[in-house]
Design a binder for this molecule. Structure first.
Ligand SMILES: Cc1ncc(COP(=O)(O)O)c(C=O)c1O
Length: 285
């Protein structure tokens, strides 16, 4: 654990008594807030601007008043890493809640948002990168604004817990017969050399890793189709993989009890995974 944390505009010693939350914080009462998880490599942030774009988008969609400017939060996050002398690989967690108010669904427009950030060491998931993971199909019971990175994650919490209790790494959500994404990652299938993934709309979170993978695939001349595909079409996949900030590119070997394609880990997935590994060091600040 690191020694300092960001609590509103100050860097304080990382102790619970230094960052007390009121029982009337709307994040506590309603999950009324947003968050980001940003990967750190060698003490530097990966694609920080893309994460801040999404954070400001999430706040705007929920009409949360940003408690900082983009320049201010960048400076604060960099100071946090520096003050922790953090030069390792890790993850930054940043959350913003709408603020404090006597409990009422209807929010006051003038609230001062409350935020904190912590930095944690993160070991590379070598075993998952090498051997892949299993996912299990589950009906998507989440709300219809999955594009907002909201704190309100009950649908994901229930689904991921059920999946992991049953020996799967992730639930693979479907809605109306169409494959959407996983509980905390985006999902892709490869068919005849083309990558298929759900369009970035309200049914999924527009992943930052997804955005980078699409860019890298184009550099490798691997076609990407951002269109929905059905659970039936998924059965014909040659390869599958998932992406998320902490995990990068992880092969999916099984969907429920069925092996994907004829390889344990397919060649296109491996190529992309290795290229992604190499290219994370290009976008650090
Ligand atoms: C539901 C969901 N989809 C996709 C992702 C992947 O997003 P990113 O690549 O920005 O980490 C996440 C990450 O937490 C997620 O929670």
């Amino acid at each position: 654990m690191t020694e300092c944390m960001l609590w509103n505009h100050e860097i304080v010693e990382r102790k619970p008594e230094n960052a007390l939350v009121s029982f009337e914080d709307r994040g506590y009462q309603f999950g009324d807030g947003v968050y980001e998880v940003i990967r750190i490599y060698d003490g530097k942030f990966h694609v920080l601007d893309w994460h801040l774009d999404r954070l400001f988008y999430s706040m705007e969609q929920l009409a949360i008043r940003p408690p900082f400017t983009r320049t201010e939060i960048k400076e604060l996050l960099k100071r946090l890493v520096a003050q922790n002398n953090f030069t390792a690989d890790g993850k930054l967690y940043l959350q913003v809640t709408r603020g404090m108010q006597p409990r009422d669904h209807v929010y006051d427009e003038e609230l001062d948002a409350i935020f904190y950030a912590t930095v944690n060491k993160f070991d590379q998931p070598l075993e998952k990168w090498e051997n892949g993971v299993r996912v299990t199909l589950q009906e998507d019971i989440r709300w219809l604004r999955c594009d907002i990175k909201s704190l309100n994650l009950l649908g994901n919490v229930l689904a991921r817990t059920k999946a992991q209790r049953n020996g799967f790494y992730e639930p693979l959500f479907y809605r109306d017969g169409m494959v959407r994404e996983c509980g905390a990652s985006n999902f892709y299938m490869i068919k005849d050399g083309t990558i298929h993934t759900h369009p970035a709309n309200n049914y999924i979170l527009g992943g930052i890793t997804r955005k980078k993978v699409i860019k890298l695939a184009s550099e490798l001349d691997i076609p990407v189709v951002e269109e929905m595909f059905s659970v039936e079409e998924l059965q014909e996949a040659d390869e599958c993989f998932l992406t998320a900030t902490p995990m990068e590119v992880v092969p999916v070997t099984h969907i429920d009890e069925n092996q994907v394609g004829s390889h344990t880990v397919g060649p296109v997935t491996r190529q992309l995974q290795q290229y992604y590994r190499k290219r994370v060091y290009d976008d650090l600040e």
